[in-house]
Design a protein around this ligand. Structure first.
Ligand SMILES: Nc1ncnc2c1ncn2[C@@H]1O[C@H](COP(=O)(O)OP(=O)(O)OP(=O)(O)O)[C@@H](O)[C@H]1O
Length: 229
């Protein structure tokens, strides 16, 4: 489990995170929802130790997150970080050379699932296909936790549907996934847990299935209630 406990982050005088807490379990998809600029990426960066925090704690399996923990987590940013002149095959080779946890069989499986041709240059890919390659490069690592920044943002409905399918497949089964989004749209059914952020604070954290069963409410219903207060 990843536990984010009362983390605080300031940029200059701006209090971006004012004491954010939530947990993300293995085998579940946790979604951090909030409008643009609310601090979603900052939370992921804090978990990855890419930005120093001004207070609070981040634990993984009960221990303060540390160098060893990062062998079990991967961060998939919202845009591909490989050189655009690389082919997909070259990007995969790069990952293979760089990471012990790279799983070539899984990469090949995702490649064919997305119907991507590995000789295509990243530069020449559509936005949707670039998002898929980005996802592939993260998903093919054998790690317990995947952090994904806006994996559905700005891509067409067909690519969204294909990416959504991956989230319900064995490719993420048993792993803990944290995704961020500012629009819940058609991904609601994928989520186990929802964390609603506003003005640097968590407004509520809930299990979407539970709320659906016990209160008959969708995630969007809860969002309307909480944000329109
Ligand atoms: N390195 C930085 N220096 C100064 N301010 C920053 C820095 N990084 C982020 N911020 C500010 O912190 C706030 C939160 O940014 P963040 O990128 O975490 O938001 P977000 O919720 O992920 O937004 P989006 O949905 O647009 O990606 C914003 O106001 C942003 O301008």
């Amino acid at each position: 489990m990843i536990e984010v406990k009362d983390i605080k982050k300031k940029f200059g005088r701006k209090n971006v995170l004012k004491g954010v807490s939530f947990t993300a379990e293995k085998g579940e998809i946790t979604c951090i929802i909030g409008i643009n600029g609310v601090g979603k990426t900052t939370i992921l960066n804090a978990i990855m130790n890419l930005t120093p925090i001004n207070g609070g704690q981040i634990l993984m399996n009960g221990e303060t997150i540390n160098k060893n923990s990062y062998e079990k987590i991967t961060f998939i940013p919202d845009a591909i970080t490989m050189l655009p002149s690389m082919t997909i095959a070259e990007a995969m080779q790069f990952m293979d050379d760089f990471y012990d946890s790279w799983n070539q069989d899984r990469a090949t499986e995702i490649l064919s699932f997305f119907k991507l041709s590995k000789n295509e240059k990243i530069n020449n890919l559509s936005k949707g296909n670039r998002a898929k390659v980005n996802l592939l490069l993260g998903l093919a690592l054998d790690v317990d936790y995947l952090l994904m920044d806006e994996p559905f943002s700005g891509i067409d409905i067909f690519s969204r549907e294909q990416i959504a399918e991956v989230f319900t497949s064995h490719l993420v089964e048993d792993r803990g996934v944290i995704i961020t989004t500012h629009e819940i749209g058609d991904i609601e059914h994928l989520l186990d847990k929802v964390v609603l952020l506003d003005e640097g604070e968590v407004l509520t954290e809930f299990n979407s299935e539970e709320v659906r069963e016990t209160e008959g409410k969708s995630v969007v219903d809860v969002m309307r209630e909480v944000y329109q207060k």
